[in-house]
Design a protein around this ligand. Structure first.
Ligand code: FAD
Length: 393
């Protein structure tokens, strides 16, 4: 899958740091537009980062028009991905069901539903009893309302990475795994990117290192304000199919779906742990297991007998206002970032990468470049006008 030649090319037009979904999708889109000499570097293997550890949720239910429309486009890309890339991504459009325990949350959902309907999305507010008709195992007592969009879904994340990687390589992109970037120096208009396997020169660098992006930015003298937040997830033994939609509880951040193989896959928000050194922590905790077990059995009591077979963790990459950070890094011309996507970077990668590549090829920037610009956090910076509130699951 990846190049076996260990000697790095001496010069690239574009070096992408990070072979998660974002880096691979941007490399693919650039190559598809005819860009040459693209090298993608990753310290580990494909799917080692958040892109290989996530829940595969792909939804269009958002609270800003820009995000609804972006995700409608992303959904279209996802829906045709298997056919175009020749790889099965196990996509299943069973819908997304958001449950609200409080009137305040239900009111917010209703406001979002009105916006989504204006964008031609068939989302609708439903009662807890109607939610139970969709998910017969659901306990209705904790909930005052819900919303449901039948055209949302879930995918198996890994084949997206393999599909993008293979299609990029077919178009000449070099992907080097096991190749950590250790230093970046500015030499005139160029960057010198050092790895244990040698040094590369490139005119442009794209930092798609997810939660590791602040560390990469520091290597070239820049700063990024996003922080890694450990997010845990588990899967159970396989069960007969009974759960069509992804189910998510607004107030707790709990989400759960059933994979095509029958396992339940889901996570829940825990209070953010102190992380003064900004390290990415990937260990599993008992507190997650117990919180998730309680949360799941509260909404579906019959799951009390189900066995958990695996739990793991990955990093949410969280910006100070919860919205992503994209574009040129302030003070470092030619160094582009694409990070801060929290718990929804997987579903946004196909569409963000498409527009990112278009912008780098000289086309007019999509409005997200203005909304998510990196310098909005600097003193006197303009806050994002599109502040998103549906950042769970
Ligand atoms: C448990 C969990 C559940 C989630 N659920 C969902 C979901 O349902 N739907 C959704 O859309 N999103 C979800 N997300 C978020 C989503 O996974 C991320 O937003 C997305 O995968 C980020 O992709 P990325 O390519 O930017 O980063 P990553 O996939 O993290 O890739 C970054 C890469 O950079 C590499 N790297 C780091 N440092 C260096 C270096 N020095 N040199 C070279 N390479 C380096 C890493 O090895 C890594 O491969 C979830 C995340 C987690 C953790």
């Amino acid at each position: 899958m990846t190049s076996s030649d260990r000697s790095p090319s001496p010069r690239a037009d574009v070096v992408v740091i990070g072979a998660g979904v974002m880096g691979l999708a941007i490399a693919y889109n650039l190559a598809a537009r005819g860009c040459k000499r693209i090298v993608v570097l990753d310290q580990h293997y494909l799917a080692w980062g958040a892109s290989g550890r996530n829940g595969g949720g792909v939804r269009q239910q958002w609270s800003t028009e820009m995000n609804v429309r972006l995700m409608q486009e992303s959904m279209e890309i996802c829906a045709h991905f298997a056919e175009e890339m020749g790889i099965n991504v196990w996509m299943r459009r069973g819908g997304y069901l958001f449950l609200a325990r409080t009137d305040a949350a239900a009111t917010r959902l209703a406001r979002n539903v009105a916006l989504q309907n204006r964008c031609d999305l068939p989302t609708r507010m439903i009662s807890p009893a109607e939610a139970q008709a969709l998910v017969p195992e659901l306990e209705t007592a904790p909930f005052v309302g819900a919303c449901y969009n039948a055209t949302d879904g879930i995918v198996f994340p890994w084949p997206f990475l393999w599909g993008y990687a293979r299609a990029a390589q077919k178009r000449g992109v070099i992907i080097r795994t096991g190749t950590a970037v250790t230093a970046i120096d500015r030499r005139g208009d160029d960057f010198q990117i050092a790895t244990a396997a040698g040094t590369l020169t490139a005119g442009r660098v794209i930092c798609a290192a997810g939660a590791w992006s602040p560390r990469i930015a520091r290597l070239c003298g820049g700063t990024l304000p996003d922080r890694p937040v450990r997010h845990e997830i588990l899967s159970t033994e396989p069960l007969k199919p009974f759960l069509k939609p992804m189910v998510s509880v607004i107030e707790t951040g709990l989400y759960v779906s059933q994979s095509l193989r029958g396992e339940l896959v889901g996570g829940v928000s825990l209070p953010e742990e102190p992380n003064p050194d900004g390290e990415v922590r990937l260990g599993s905790r008992l507190a997650f297991l117990t919180t998730m077990a309680r949360g799941l059995t509260e909404i579906m009591p019959r799951l009390a007998q189900v066995k958990v077979v695996r739990q793991w963790a990955g990093p949410y990459d969280v910006s100070p206002d919860g919205d992503p950070i994209v574009g040129e890094l302030p003070g470092v011309p030619g160094f582009y970032v694409v990070c801060g996507f929290g718990g929804h970077g997987f579903m946004m990668a196909p569409v963000v990468a498409r527009h990112y590549a278009a912008y780098l090829c000289g086309e007019a920037p999509h409005p997200f470049f203005e909304a998510w610009r990196a310098d909005r956090f600097a003193a006197g910076g303009t806050p994002s006008p599109h502040r998103e509130e549906m950042t769970i699951g």
